[in-house]
Design a protein around this ligand. Structure first.
Ligand SMILES: Cc1cc2nc3c(=O)[nH]c(=O)nc-3n(C[C@H](O)[C@H](O)[C@H](O)COP(=O)(O)OP(=O)(O)OC[C@H]3O[C@@H](n4cnc5c(N)ncnc54)[C@H](O)[C@@H]3O)c2cc1C
Length: 449
C-alpha cells in the first residue's frame, strides 16, 4: 500500500502546478487518489510512463564558466591544484560566507584551513614559498573569488600586497623574519597606502610623514581603507620621508604605541573584509623595520603592478560565480510552465554574460603569460583591471536581473557578488586612473601626473 501511495505521489510530482490546478478543476482528485491505490504496480508504472511521454529524462549540459576550456592549457599538477582549491571553496567556504557577510564579521576559523592549502605567496621563491607561476596564482584568485570576493580580497592583501611588499622591497633579514610565517598564515599582514584625503593621487601626494631620528623613524598621519588592518600582525605603511621627500615603506608591528586602528563600519560591499582607519601619532619604528629596498614610489608601484593583475583575476572569479549561479537558477526556475532559461530574452542575457566572461578569462590568461615571461608592464595590468572589473559589473547586474526578486536576496549569492563587484571596481586604482595609465602608454602623453 505504502509503495502505491509513493508511486502516486511521484506521479503527481511529474505534473507541474498549472497542470495540477487545471486537473483539480476537471476531476475529483481525492477520488483519483483512491483509484490509484487500487492500481497494481504494473498499471502504475505504465501510467507514469504515459505521463512522461515515455521519453528518457533530458540531461542538461554541465554548468561551466570556462567556455573555451582554458583549463586544458594547464599542466596536470596545476589543474589538480585548481580543482583542490575549488573543492575547498565549495565545501568549506560557501556555506559560511553569507552569515559573516551579513554580520560584517571576519571568519577567523578559515585562516588555518586556507593555510593548509599551501597557496600563500605562491609565486615567490624561497622563504617557504612554492615558486610557481603567476598564471596559477591568478587561477587561485579566480577560484576563491568564484565563491566569495571578500575571502579573495583578504587573501590578496595577505599573499599579494603585504607579502609582496616584503618580498620585493625587504632585506633578506626582513624576508626571513616575516615571509615563512606569513606563508603559513601564522602571521597576517596589511598594506597601508591610501589616506582619508589621498586615494588616486597617492603617487605624488601622500601626507603621512616619516621623520628620521638617531635610532629610527617617527610616523604621523592617517591611512584609510586598509584591509586586514584591524587584526593584522604587521602593516606596511607607505610614508613620505620628510628629508628627501621620497615615499618609503615601514613594517609597523601590531601593538606599537602610537598605532591605532578603527574598523570602518557600514560598507555595502566586501563586508567580510575588515578595513581599518589607521591613525599614527608619533609612532616610533626602528630603522630595521624600514623596508630596505623601498626608496621611492616606483618601488610601491612594483607591488601594485603585481597585485593589479590579481585583482583582474578576482573580477573574473566574481563574474564567473555570478554567471554560474544565474545559469543554474534560470534552469530551475519555471514561469509560464517552462524553465525561464528556455526564453529567448533570458538566453540573450546569459550569452552576453558568457561572452564577456570568456573574453575576460582569455585576457587574464595572456596577462599572466606575459607576467611569467617577465614582460608585464603597468599598462598591461591596468588594461586588464579596467576591462575585467567593468565587464564584471555588467555580468553581476545581468545575473541579478535574470533572478528577478530572488536576485536581491543574500541566500541566492548573486546579491553578494553584485555588491562586492562595486568595491573591486574601485580599489587598486579606479577605472579612470587605470585608463589614464593605459592612455599615457599608447599616446605618450600623461593626462594625470
Ligand atoms: C573595500 C576597499 C578596500 C581597500 N583596501 C585597501 C588597502 O588594503 N590598502 C590601501 O592602501 N587602500 C585600499 N583601498 C583604497 C582604494 O585603493 C582607493 O579607494 C582607490 O584607490 C580610490 O581612491 P579614493 O577612494 O580616495 O577615490 P578618489 O581618489 O577620491 O577618486 C574619486 C573619483 O575621482 C576620480 N579621479 C581621481 N583623480 C582623477 C583624475 N586625475 N582624472 C579623472 N578622474 C579622477 C576617481 O577615478 C574616482 O572616480 C581600498 C578601498 C576599498 C573600497
Amino acid at each position: 500500500m505504502f509503495s502505491k501511495i509513493k508511486k502516486a505521489y511521484q506521479l503527481f510530482k511529474t505534473i507541474d502546478f498549472e497542470q495540477l490546478d487545471k486537473l483539480s478543476r476537471k476531476v475529483d482528485l481525492p477520488k483519483v487518489m483512491e483509484s490509484f491505490s487500487k492500481l497494481d504496480e504494473k498499471q502504475l508504472n505504465g501510467l507514469m510512463k504515459m505521463l512522461d511521454g515515455g521519453k528518457p529524462k533530458r540531461e542538461l549540459p554541465p554548468i561551466n564558466g570556462d567556455f573555451y576550456e582554458l583549463h586544458l592549457r594547464l599542466s596536470e599538477e596545476d589543474r589538480a591544484l585548481q580543482l583542490k582549491v575549488r573543492d575547498f571553496m565549495e565545501r568549506e567556504i560557501r556555506p559560511l560566507v553569507n552569515h559573516y557577510w551579513l554580520r560584517d564579521e571576519f571568519p577567523f576559523e578559515i585562516i588555518p584551513m586556507l593555510a593548509k592549502l599551501d597557496i600563500c605567496g605562491l609565486t615567490y621563491n624561497g622563504y617557504g614559498c612554492a615558486g610557481r607561476s603567476s598564471l596559477m596564482e591568478g587561477i587561485i584568485a579566480m577560484e576563491i573569488a568564484r565563491i566569495d570576493a571578500s575571502v579573495a580580497t583578504f587573501f590578496g592583501v595577505q599573499s599579494g600586497l603585504a607579502m609582496g611588499s616584503i618580498y620585493l622591497c625587504g632585506s633578506d633579514a626582513q624576508k626571513q623574519e616575516w615571509l615563512p610565517a606569513m606563508q603559513q598564515m601564522k602571521l597576517i599582514g596589511a598594506f597601508g597606502l591610501t589616506e582619508p584625503e589621498v586615494g588616486s593621487g597617492a603617487a605624488g601626494g601622500l601626507t603621512v610623514t616619516a621623520k628620521r631620528t638617531e635610532t629610527g623613524w617617527v610616523l604621523n598621519g592617517q591611512k584609510k581603507w586598509i584591509g586586514n588592518a584591524p587584526f593584522a600582525d604587521v602593516t606596511v605603511i607607505w610614508a613620505k620621508d620628510l628629508t628627501d621627500g621620497e615615499v618609503k615603506g615601514f613594517l609597523v608591528r601590531k601593538g606599537t604605541p602610537g598605532f591605532e586602528v578603527e574598523k570602518i563600519k557600514g560598507k555595502m560591499a566586501l563586508r567580510i573584509v575588515q578595513n581599518g582607519l589607521i591613525t599614527l601619532t608619533d609612532c616610533v619604528v626602528g630603522e630595521s623595520d624600514r623596508l630596505q629596498n623601498a626608496n621611492s614610489f616606483k618601488d610601491t608601484a612594483k607591488v601594485l603592478q603585481l597585485t593589479r593583475a590579481g585583482v583582474a583575476w578576482m573580477a573574473v572569479g566574481c563574474a564567473r560565480g555570478a554567471y554560474e549561479n544565474a545559469l543554474d537558477y534560470t534552469r530551475k526556475r519555471k514561469q509560464f510552465g517552462k524553465p525561464i532559461s528556455s526564453f529567448q530574452l533570458i538566453q540573450n542575457h546569459l550569452v552576453e554574460m558568457l561572452s564577456n566572461l570568456t573574453a575576460m578569462q582569455t585576457l587574464v590568461y595572456r596577462l599572466s603569460e606575459l607576467q611569467d615571461a617577465g614582460m608585464l608592464r603597468d599598462e598591461h595590468a591596468s588594461l586588464a583591471k579596467v576591462f575585467c572589473t567593468l565587464r564584471t559589473r555588467d555580468i553581476v547586474s545581468r545575473a541579478r536581473e535574470v533572478m528577478g526578486g530572488n536576485g536581491i536576496l543574500l541566500e541566492y549569492d548573486v546579491a553578494r557578488f553584485l555588491a562586492d563587484a562595486e568595491a573591486i571596481y574601485s580599489y587598486e586604482g579606479t577605472k579612470e586612473i587605470n585608463s589614464l595609465i593605459v592612455g599615457r602608454s599608447i599616446t605618450g602623453f600623461s593626462a594625470f601626473v
